[in-house]
Write a protein of this length. Structure first.
Length: 137
């Protein structure tokens, strides 16, 4: 059986969407292929990489990517991790069977290590609830 493809989106692809990509690979990499991108990509934030490392999640190979990189690809699921106020990253026009909007606050706006840990834990909790509902038998 082929793995289901999931794309995580946020503005800069430097924090939340990278966290989603790393978490899904760790939690269910045997069933899902995880990707991430941003509407205005930036470099992975140092505090993002630190938060992932503190949780024992691998960070090698994580890089910020533009939405353009995936515009011609099809995904089973797209998970948008933007605040409601950040509409730019909510514009997915590619092919996806389902699109989910998870309102996760951008830790870059706070700029402290705790904010990155909180965002990571919130994404983990949401994935723990989401995975049993979207895993094919």
């Amino acid at each position: 059986m082929s793995k289901r493809r999931v794309l995580f989106l946020c503005n800069a692809n430097s924090a939340r969407s990278l966290m989603g990509e790393a978490l899904l690979r760790h939690m269910a990499g045997d069933r899902f292929e995880a990707y991430s991108a941003g509407s205005e990509p930036d470099e992975p934030h140092a505090l993002t990489l630190e938060a992932l490392a503190k949780q024992g999640l691998p960070t090698e190979g994580l890089r910020s990517k533009s939405l353009d990189e995936y515009e011609s690809e099809a995904f089973d699921f797209v998970i948008v991790l933007c605040d409601k106020e950040q509409q730019a990253c909510r514009q997915w026009e590619g092919e996806a069977k389902e699109v989910f909007f998870w309102d996760i606050r951008d830790p870059r706006l706070i700029g402290k290590s705790d904010a990155y840990q909180q965002a990571l834990q919130e994404i983990r909790r949401r994935l723990q609830l989401w995975l049993p509902l979207h895993t094919a038998d």
